[in-house]
Design a protein around this ligand. Structure first.
Ligand code: 13P
Ligand code: SF4
Length: 304
């Protein structure tokens, strides 16, 4: 049955001139059929360079598909399940952001890519977890508004030496804030020879106890380092699926086995097939909002 679905997906991809992009947290079977698997920054760059395709099937969450649609407005972008949202992306509202801008008119505004198109349209520049420190360092102002992830805002401020105003104060990822210092202490006891890497969306006390702090793309590169033989991975569980597939002979241990991003898992092979057959669910961003949001995304891409 699965092989039949994969065969149909391959046929439809050719027939409709489509490409499948998938985030590193997608389940194994989706990673395996994707044309490209990456972190948020790599997926933005890829979506900016898919001249050959007419359709992008985006296996990830809605802000990622929206971003692809904003930077490739001539492509049809499909999200195989329109309930695939990122809770964090909805944590800052347009009104909240406008209020912060009015209160701090001297501050430049950095929007984490994990946000909705309408809030990105109010940003001076967008960032991902792979480039937040670099983007914030590039700002002219010493104080900056950052939304919506509190932890990444603090992390990028530390890296750049600038002062953040974080909107909202408690924006967070429910998956990455599950990790606790006790998880790191236990991993050190259980795997004394392993290195530990965590995502910048983790709390500061967790980041401080880890050996490395990396975006998921950074973790993929770190795993290829010949010095790394055993790695404890503090991010969503399916990143270890990719690391294990790409690095035979090495061991990758999830820092917690319950670190699931539920909406990343609602994309299935059946839904990818349906998406291609019926060209659903098309991600449509209002033209005016898209034009404004594109400015901050393009600035980020130019700096990356
Ligand atoms: P990356 O850009 O590091 O892949 O992170 C995306 C994300 O949603 C983390 O939770
Ligand atoms: Fe959003 Fe967290 Fe899921 Fe990443 S892991 S997509 S930040 S909910």
């Amino acid at each position: 049955m699965t092989n039949e679905i994969i065969r149909e997906i391959e046929e439809l991809k050719k027939e409709k001139n489509a490409i499948i992009l998938a985030h590193n947290y997608q389940p194994k079977e989706i990673q395996e059929i994707a044309d490209f698997v990456g972190d948020s920054l790599e997926l933005c760059i890829k979506a900016n360079n898919v001249d050959e395709a007419d359709i992008i099937v985006f296996c990830g969450v809605n802000f990622m598909a929206e971003t692809a649609s904003i930077i490739s407005p001539d492509k049809k972008v499909l999200l195989p399940d329109n309930r695939a949202n990122c809770q964090m992306a909805d944590m800052v509202s347009l009104d909240e952001l406008k209020k912060a801008k009015a209160e701090h008119p001297d501050c430049e505004v950095v929007l984490y890519v994990n946000s909705r198109a309408e809030t990105k349209s109010e940003a001076d520049i967008v960032c991902t977890s792979a480039n937040a420190g670099k983007i914030v360092s590039s700002l002219k102002s010493d104080n900056f508004i950052f939304a919506p992830d509190h932890n990444l805002g603090i992390y990028s401020a530390k890296q750049s030496g600038k002062n953040p105003i974080i909107v909202p104060e408690d924006g967070h990822c429910y998956v990455h804030t599950m990790f606790k210092p006790e998880d790191i202490k236990k991993a050190r006891e259980d795997y004394p020879n392993a290195k530990i890497v965590v995502h910048p969306e983790c709390n500061d006390d967790v980041r401080q106890l880890a050996d490395y702090v990396e975006s998921t793309g950074g973790m993929v590169r770190l795993a290829k380092d010949p010095e790394i033989k055993q790695l404890v991975v503090g991010t969503e569980i399916d990143l270890t699926t990719r690391l294990t597939r790409e690095n035979p002979g090495k061991e990758f241990i999830p820092l917690r086995r319950d670190a699931f991003c539920l909406t990343m898992k609602i994309i299935t092979l059946e839904k990818v097939l349906e998406a291609l057959k019926e060209e659903k669910y098309e991600v449509v961003v209002d033209k005016e909002i898209a034009a404004k949001a594109r400015v901050g995304i393009q600035k980020m891409l130019d700096l990356s």
